[in-house]
Design a binder for this molecule. Structure first.
Ligand code: TEU
Ligand code: CA
Length: 561
């Protein structure tokens, strides 16, 4: 694939932005039904504005039966009943724009809900006009070559459907049939829907598993090399870049909007094919290599008992910085609605070290050369809820994987122990507003249990505290946005083999900053090669920074060199 001209230094508003991700189901419930909603978010926009962030990424709010909490859409132009009405949406968008906040929505078009009218038509007859909106395989041809499903209890991505005696493809749940992007009529439906939202003033889309949308419709046997990594086989299909360029030409290029690909299955070698500006496809991409670190291979996200190696963590994030050093642009995250809380997963969520380690991680996210995607609640240093029973879970991933383990006679206790660290519901517990009942999230029964530690970890308790997680985040956002060196500056990793400290510099136009992050609960030495006695400390998570070259447990410090 030819590469376009370098564009790494082209300044763009979305490169300078800090993105704040809101999971609408769990942010704020305005009507006491225990489910977050749009009016709830609108009521909290002053709080969102107070963070200093620029863009809100809102997880799907479209009409959905919620088999996968909105990632199964049955009407792309409707608002989910539990979340409110289109008027509520318009008020939310206006409220954001009035405050100078941009709104990025979630484009879920690799698949729809099976309750979408398109699928209901498509499954009626083999000659239905909507038949080719999905991927069907006539059963008389025998079962197609296996495809793995992320959520199916049997891991099978083909489901036999009675009415037309055919299999349909679903990479995710049976209620999430894959859309057939090889059909130009389907592509035009999607482009028209995108225009509908952009014409309302939406400022961009996060694109759900967009690398998966193009399939070889002969469905050949999956090569054995992908047996453990079939997500990589699903990505980069035969026409994915043609379709994204078509999307850009037909829609994206007509608006001043930002786009970010959820880069499932995308490696460092093929990332630029999506985001090199000259290719006129998408703006940014987020990878999974970092968040997959420290899980046992070919497991259901079972954490390695030995933990993750910081040297590998540094290698991954340094490699990905290098991918976008002169072309395209990166994004960086540790938390989102698919991930556990970063304080638990990557820091230390014991009371003694929780805040320090979470602030250290926040320092990492806000001083790297990439647009930070920061997950609501992490600014409070929220932690995993660590459910004991499968009945406490609501996520189809946890529930179906539990059933999968049970059907295979596997160790359910071990599965539940692993889920305490890696389950997605850990990141979906209700936002902790204050110490009133249910953390001020709802006056009703929350759809998912509130973390009992809300009595001490909540926004109200932190709002005024100068040293709180919340104000640490606010101040660091301000620092990043006031210093282009932290946005566009060259990144250089230092002390590469240090097993406990992550050290790097950022340099731009004669300014040089040094970031030191101690990832462990012990003091640590770091060899940066710089004489820090003359350097100026401009930020840190300890009241007094440690003497040069030494770092206190979980210490983060930023020097101006
Ligand atoms: O996630 C895609 C995806 O790959 C995730 O399923 C991830 O691999 C898994 O959760 C890790 O355990 C997107 C959405 O972010 C996710 O919420 C949806 O469930 C999924 O697509 C289907 O739309
Ligand atoms: Ca509600």
């Amino acid at each position: 694939m030819e590469r376009a001209s370098p564009d790494g230094n082209a300044k763009k508003w979305w490169k300078e932005a800090v993105v704040y991700q809101i999971y609408p189901r769990s942010f704020k419930d305005s009507n006491g039904d225990g489910v977050g909603d749009l009016k709830g978010i609108t009521s909290k926009l002053d709080y969102v504005k107070s963070l200093g962030v620029d863009v809100v990424w809102l997880n799907p709010v479209f009409t959905s039966p919620n088999d996968d909490n909105g990632y199964d859409i049955s009407d792309y132009r409707g608002i989910m009943r539990e979340f409110g009405t289109m008027q509520d949406f318009d008020a939310l968008l206006q409220g954001m724009h009035d405050r100078g906040l941009k709104l990025v929505m979630d484009l879920v078009v690799n698949h729809s809900s099976d309750e979408h009218e398109w699928f209901q038509q498509s499954r009626r007859s083999r000659d239905n006009p909507y038949r080719n909106y999905y991927h069907w395989w006539p059963a008389e041809k025998g079962k197609p070559h296996p495809r793995r499903s992320f959520f199916d209890v049997n891991g099978d991505a083909w489901k036999l459907d009675g009415p037309t005696n055919s299999y349909y493809l679903h990479y995710f749940s049976q209620k999430q049939p894959d859309l057939n992007w090889e059909n130009p009529r389907l592509r035009e439906e999607i482009f028209s829907m995108m225009r509908f939202w952009f014409d309302k003033g939406v400022d961009g889309f996060r694109m759900d598993v967009i690398p998966f949308i193009s399939k070889d419709t002969t469905f050949p046997e999956m090569p054995a090399e992908y047996k453990e990594d079939w997500g990589r086989f699903y990505a980069n299909g035969p026409h994915v870049h043609q379709y994204l360029r078509e999307m850009n030409e037909a829609v994206l290029s007509k608006y001043d909007v930002m786009t970010v690909a959820e880069g499932a299955g995308v490696t460092a070698a093929d990332a630029l094919d999506y985001v090199d500006a000259g290719r006129r496809e998408l703006n940014m991409l987020y990878h999974f290599e970092g968040v997959s670190l420290g899980y046992l291979p070919d497991s259901l996200k079972v954490p390695d008992p030995k933990g993750y190696k910081l040297v590998e963590f540094k290698e991954i994030y340094s490699k990905w910085d290098g991918v976008f050093a002169t072309r395209g642009w990166g994004s960086i995250y540790l938390g989102n609605h698919d991930q556990p809380r970063m304080a638990t997963r990557w820091g230390n969520d014991t009371p003694q070290w929780r805040d320090l380690s979470a602030k250290m991680l926040t320092t990492f996210l806000l001083t790297m050369r990439a647009t930070p995607y920061y997950y609501a609640g992490d600014e409070l240093c929220m932690t995993n809820i660590k459910f004991d029973n499968i009945e406490d879970y609501r996520d189809i991933e946890s529930i179906n994987w539990y059933q999968q383990v049970k059907n295979k006679g596997g160790d359910l206790q071990a599965f539940l122990e692993a889920q305490k660290i890696s389950a997605r519901d850990n990141g979906r517990t209700p936002f902790q507003w204050d110490q009133t009942a249910k953390a001020g999230f709802t006056t009703g029964t929350p759809w998912l249990e509130v973390n009992p530690n809300y009595t001490t970890i909540n926004a109200a308790a932190q709002d005024g505290g100068p040293d709180s997680c919340l104000n640490y985040f606010r101040k660091l956002v301000t620092l990043r946005k006031a210093n282009p060196v932290l946005i566009y500056g060259e990144y250089v990793l230092l002390d590469k083999e240090n097993p406990t400290v992550y050290a790097y510099t950022r340099e731009l136009a004669g300014r040089k900053m040094l970031v030191l992050l101690n990832f462990k609960d012990t003091t640590a030495a770091v060899n940066t090669g710089f004489d820090l006695s003359k350097a100026k400390v401009i930020f840190g998570n300890y009241p007094t920074p440690s003497p040069a070259g030494k770092l206190q447990p979980y210490e983060a410090v930023i020097y101006e060199l």
